[in-house]
Write a protein that binds this ligand. Structure first.
Ligand code: FNR
Length: 421
């Protein structure tokens, strides 16, 4: 209610409260390529649309005349009480949006007590992100590399940097058919963005050097070489005589792609189509943290994950960025929650744009709800303050919605609070 009062007392927000206006404002300040990369989805973007329209199938069913003066948004997640049921989803390459990228997002999340999922493709090493918000709750998201050694190293670093859980993303073993990016011939990784976890990793440094050495004489692969000396100098990728730095300006990154072989190396490292259920057991050897699977959309997979001893299920279709004409996440949430919700936490994302959306997902069985694109737009428009406001707006609307629905706690949000259309 303080937020609402501030809103009507003349304090102008730094970013639009209305989510369509937020999106449009971000589009107007970002480069064409950056906006396309963030907003875009796979193929005809039918999954992006379906993620949103799935919410239309449910309506909140208000019950007045109940005392809702005191409302409590807190939930228990990963063994701890959290002030709210919100989580920030991992978003890579945020340097595309703002020079402070993940550092600003981490501070904004910390100010609201919202756990932040640090991306494997973040623009800063996990250690730097942790330093920018000391003691704040955070998770680390892993793209399972073909190198066990690299995975173990990344997870060890995440644990040392105070991450509470590991989120293994399973829906990106191939890069989706991203039509907007294809039309613009644009992929941030090919411009040296979103590679900080790798270039700061000792195992990765050795790996790439070794690869280059092993293929000496073969023209294509031999052209990539990351040397420790180059890393120390802030240079992440060196190609024969020509040197490309990891700290190139965004302008340089947009102007000139990395050499093809460097690009292939990165794509190789973070997409692993060979990955199967049997491999997952290895993660237990690499970390003592809880392991959550992100990208689960089938109830059978959710059940299999829990039977295999995994610690959480993150229902996501990557915001519709991977498969066109895929199932929308909200449509599969109830069944997944019924199957595994008693045993492990269920995290939900893809298409959440407001507090009312969050309320519906929570009522359908999500324990926590994760936000993706909207906070990138807040970051684009006003850095840390922009992210703070986006988080605040979702939470303030959730609080208001709860009260107007006649409820006083997140636990009371269940099917009775909804009407199916
Ligand atoms: C993502 N997402 C993502 N997921 C992940 O596990 N690791 C990552 O590095 C990224 N990077 C990323 C970048 C951008 C620009 C977007 C838009 C998305 C997916 C993300 O975590 C989340 O699942 C979706 O964004 C949720 O959907 P909404 O809220 O964007 O609709």
């Amino acid at each position: 209610s303080n937020i609402f009062r501030a809103g009507i007392s003349g304090e102008r927000p730094a970013v639009p409260v209305d989510v369509h206006a937020l999106d449009a404002a971000a589009a107007s300040v970002l480069s064409k390529e950056a906006y396309a990369y963030i907003a875009g989805g796979a193929g005809t973007e039918a999954t992006v649309a379906a993620n949103r329209s799935a919410f239309d199938r449910w309506q909140l069913w208000p019950r007045p005349l109940r005392d809702v003066t005191d409302r409590d948004l807190s939930v228990t997640f990963l063994g701890r009480t959290r002030p709210t049921p919100l989580l920030l989803a991992p978003l890579g390459v945020m340097e595309l949006v703002h020079p402070e990228a993940d550092l600003a997002v981490a501070r904004a999340a910390a100010s609201a007590g919202v756990p932040y999922t640090v991306s494997n493709q973040a623009s800063f090493p996990v250690e730097r992100i942790a330093q920018s918000a000391p003691g704040a709750p955070r998770l680390f998201q892993l793209y399972w590399s073909a190198s066990d050694e690299l995975n173990a190293s990344l997870l060890g670093r995440a644990e040392a940097a105070g991450c509470e859980a590991i989120v293994v993303t399973l829906d990106t073993h191939l890069l989706g058919w991203r039509t907007r990016d294809l039309d613009l011939a644009y992929l941030p990784f090919t411009r040296g963005m979103g590679i900080a976890q790798y270039t700061s990793d000792p195992v990765f440094q050795g790996l790439v050097t070794e690869r280059a050495d092993a293929s000496e004489g073969s023209a294509a692969a031999a052209s990539v070489k990351v040397t420790p000396k180059a890393i120390a100098a802030g240079v992440s990728i060196a190609r024969k005589g020509a040197t490309l730095t990891g700290s190139r300006s965004l302008r340089d990154n947009l102007r000139s792609p990395l050499p093809r072989a460097a690009v292939e190396t990165f794509l190789d490292v973070f997409s692993t189509p060979t990955l199967t259920w049997d491999d997952l057991a290895k993660a237990r050897e690499w970390t003592s943290l809880p392991i959550i699977l992100k990208g689960i959309v089938h109830p059978d997979d959710a059940e299999r994950a829990v039977d295999a001893g995994l610690d959480g299920v993150w229902v996501s279709n990557h915001g519709g960025r991977q498969i066109d004409r895929s199932v929308p996440t909200l449509a599969v949430l109830p069944e997944i929650s019924e199957r595994v919700g008693e045993r492990v936490p269920v995290i939900f994302d893809s298409g959440v744009r407001s507090g009312a959306d969050a309320a519906i997902a929570l009522a359908l069985g999500a324990d926590v709800v994760a936000l993706g694109r909207p906070y990138a737009y807040g970051l684009a428009l006003a850095g840390e303050q922009g992210v703070r406001e986006v988080i605040r707006n979702v939470l303030a609307e959730l609080d208001t919605t709860l009260g107007l629905a006649g409820l006083t706690s997140i636990g009371e949000l269940d099917r009775d609070a909804l009407r199916a259309v």
